[in-house]
Design a protein around this ligand. Sequence first.
Ligand SMILES: Cc1ncc(C[n+]2csc(CCOP(=O)(O)OP(=O)(O)O)c2C)c(N)n1
Ligand SMILES: [Mg+2]
Length: 822
Amino acid sequence: MPKCQNIEPGVVRKPGFIEFGKIPVNQYNKSIVEERGNFSDDDFIRIYHDMVVIREFETMLNLIKTTNEYRGIKYNHPGPAHLSIGQEASAVGMAYTLGTDDYIFGSHRSHGEILAKGLSAIHKLDEDTLYSIMKNYFGGSALKVVEKGFTGTVRELAVHFLLYGALAEIFARENGFNKGLGGSMHAFFTPFGIYPNNAIVGGSGDISVGAALYKKINMKPGIVVCNIGDASMGCGPVWEGITFATMDQYRTLWEGDHNGGLPLIFNFMNNLYGMGGQTMGETMGYGILARIGAGINPEMMHAERIDGYNPLAVIDAFRRKTEIIRDKKGPVLLDTLTYRISGHSPSDSSSYRSKEEIEAWQKVDSIVTYGKSLVDCGITGHDMLDEIRNDTAEILTHILKLSIDDEVSPHLDLTTDPDRIGKMMFSNQSLDRMEEGTPEVLIPMQENPRVKSLKTKERYHKDKEGNQVSKARLFQLRDGIFEAIIDRFYKDPTLAAWGEENRDWGGAFAVYRGLTEALPYHRLFNSPISEGAIVGTAIGYGMCGGRVIAEIMYCDFLGRSGDEVFNQLPKWQAMSGNLIRMPVVVRVSVGSKYGAQHSQDWSSLVAHIPGLKVVFPATPYDAKGLMNSALQGTDPVIFFESQRIYDIGEMFHASGVPEGYYEIPIGEPDIKKEGEDITILSIGATLYPVLKAAGILEKNYGLSAEVIDARTLVPFNYETVIESVRKTGRIVLASDASSRGSFLKELAQTITELAFDDLDAPPVVVGSRNWIIPAHEMENSFFPQPEWIIDAIHEKIIPLKGHISKTDFSAGKAIKLNREGV
Ligand SMILES: Cc1ncc(C[n+]2csc(CCOP(=O)(O)OP(=O)(O)O)c2C)c(N)n1
Ligand SMILES: [Mg+2]
């Protein structure tokens, strides 16, 4: 059912004013005595303890980085360490109320948050659960190290485990929480609800929204906290994440239990600086960060500035804001004011701030102030606080020794197994569904209007008499993709899809027509025009355990989701030590007819990035089979679709596109036409001009061409191509991507290496021009034409009798064009 929300001119044209309410700023003013009803003495002391642990951990790292020594132990750590000395109260306050069902995401400066959340989890979990988490994590490798000779309680052991797992990770050791593949800026430990931290400023700004969507869509317990810095408010992914998280539809259109706001807190750890840029007074204009909430939605995101120098103020805020979220009125924006006493990194000379400023913040140091207030009201004495600090230093000394011992804590062994990291790039699983359960669908599939209509279509492009079937009666490529997707929606209860115009419109190119009738709003919805967040939220959704299809309407808009596609989607499986799976399919539609910013084939850009599978089908049969495989897998797949062939019928399988389920393995090129004299390898829609070229070669020049459709770019099985080249000795490669730096060049180079002895001539690439793409009327001068392929063969591979080239493929021309950069 399409939504029906009439927009009345009489209503929206009415004059008036937007009124803003008040945003509280540092309103917490309770004393410890007043808080005694909310905390036991042990709680008060635990808060102090946790802050001290963070301070000592960071101080130890600071000393290691700046002096190569901590308490007599020498070590050189070449990697990063963005420390949070000064910010401890904000981290401990944030984590205090959260349970392991509550997930935190963070930034490059998240050691403190990891430790705070870990310590909070250790306090809350029972000892059996704690022990089993430690025992099962990577086969208990970290546990074995800290358990040796340990005599304390399981809870105390878990503190050692947490410190060791985090430090070993920072030092890139295999026993680290992510096998040393995450490191300081990415470390995480999901059993305690600690989700990835992100070295890309603002990177968590949309990924965390996807995690909150996962919880909301699948009715999972807990909330999500996105811990990011104040300067990240200038980042696109953060704005896109905020707008995605505050869409009206959660309240206006999502139904039943799914109605209501996202369970998410954007918690800006506001230390008032980027690296050296001051966000208040220099690089931003908000003055007080919480102000941003006012413009976002009528609830002003329940925004508030809180004093992150007082752990109790932060705990108080999290208690109140969690209630708002439980009432389904989220998301919330917190401006948690704090200060980074340490440098941005240990090499920071603090040239951008005065000594007086740092000293002023040191004077009100949260650990000292809080400790004093505990003593003042008789909760504890100085001796106890000294003991906490001394014990912490002792434990950290022990943990440091373990972490830097190459015998106890080796790095991943890449000498014995040089492919170790390669094996972690993909999870390569085959799963019907990501978890058991009944899919949420609105009608039996057989009652779906599109499914019914597809039953009447011709699944092969010619009818029994051999006549071309009209487009209206033809089962088209877009139908193949639809069939795979709707089938998965009836199999996998976690599957959700979003993108621009995905619902009522039926997808910009009618791939999703019929899905609206099948699915409740929360399983298929329109997103804002936020390509970054469309992919970013899918990443968050995927890493939490859900399968998801995100759509980019035009390939050209991939640029808008550059960070998500290049830095996030491909990396988290390996950066987790292969614990996280990323069942995310990104559908990318390659345009045509709309000129320079709507017609580019950027498949080579994504094929270049390790960690993505890249698919580009050219037939309905392949599109359905490959989409089935993409949706059966657990890896990120960039699924290219060409707008030029959405309505094409199946020409290669005379029995037509099967109605039932089948898979085409990702990575296998397919021979579309057999031949003897020359191989032509094509990618995507270029298959059809290539087939025409093959026809001309045969008819006019008596050359039999073997046509191979790559179907997939990554992974790619070269054997089919090499075997063909062994037979033909010649190969041309063609695709719609601009030829310079294209994937064709990669293929050509690898084929040269693998089949040099079998080749009579070098592989020849026929790509598109290195220009802007002109209007449709001039496109034939841009995209490879059948004649170009003939000309290239004539010029570079084998002279064709009587042929006169129209396009100049000579070496001289190639040198000239390259010199000119076109
Ligand atoms: C996209 C991106 N741009 C720039 C950087 C380099 N950089 C790392 S941290 C940082 C400052 C971030 O400030 P903020 O978000 O306030 O976090 P803080 O460091 O203060 O904790 C910069 C510019 C980066 N890592 N990512
Ligand atoms: Mg900052």
